[in-house]
Design a protein around this ligand. Sequence first.
Ligand code: SAM
Length: 301
Amino acid sequence: MTDFRIQKIASLDLPELQPYATMRRPLEQERQGIFVAEGEKVVRRLLESRFEVVSVLLPNKHLESFRPLLAARPENLNVFLAEKKLLEQLVGFSMYQGVLAVGKIPPPISLDDVFQKSPTRSSTAAATRQEPKLFVAVDGLTSAENLGALVRNCVAFGVQVLIAGETSSSPFLRRAVRNSMGTIFQLPVIELAKLGQRHQFTTKPHTTKLTLVECLKELRGRGIRCIAAHPHTDKKFLSQADFSGDCCLVFGSEGDGISRNVLESCDEAVAIPMPPAVDSLNVGAAAAVFLYEVGRQRKTA
Ligand SMILES: C[S@@+](CC[C@H](N)C(=O)[O-])C[C@H]1O[C@@H](n2cnc3c(N)ncnc32)[C@H](O)[C@@H]1O
């Protein structure tokens, strides 16, 4: 527990407020390795998490209810107080609650880290069997809102890691963090560096220099079955698929679905059957259906 510094702000000139003023320039924030959490619930979840928090910006009236959480933080936090009107002037749009925080995107994790940390089914000495692994990967998923919803599903159904492919958005974009309802603070993420950012000096510090195809190949080499969620296959429907062993589910983009090379890197493609008049489900909805089926088969849902 440490002290936090409260500063009432009357102007927007402080350099520490810069991240709040660049909320509409998410790439700039990502490059700096920071993200913005927005909304009372999401900011509370950030403060309860192990993520590093840089600062919090609140209207005066919220200070007392946040005080215990702020006091429990290990870092010396900057807490800025501002009336909602000034706050909206700073961020450039109107907000419902006006509660914001800046956190640091955690350093990259490797597949090795994930494999070492996979939980066991039970901690009793008799039951030493490993819980089957459940990973999710996304290919070309650019809608931050959909990605946030998918993150929420992943946490709800016990996914152990999310792999965000090089053509997908970052799950630390403000809208993704908001739509995940702060569950992103509980989910290990491997973010693959965007193409064109793989040079030593331009790669964001939290990303990993593998392509999704390479990553899936490595997973398969380690015995993880890679299963593409793909509406355009009549070879296997969801109820016929076997999720009892270690697996990684792969979901595609809103427009084009899973790209051909990623699809070819998977062991099989599985569809949720659709009537002829419906092309596909929203990716968040499809992920919920797949993950529920995994849990049903493993008796965890
Ligand atoms: C909106 S859909 C993509 C639709 C895209 N037009 C296509 O042709 O694939 C986004 C993603 O959700 C998943 N998805 C949606 N509906 C699905 C279904 N019926 N079966 C399996 N996966 C589905 C897939 O991973 C898909 O790539």
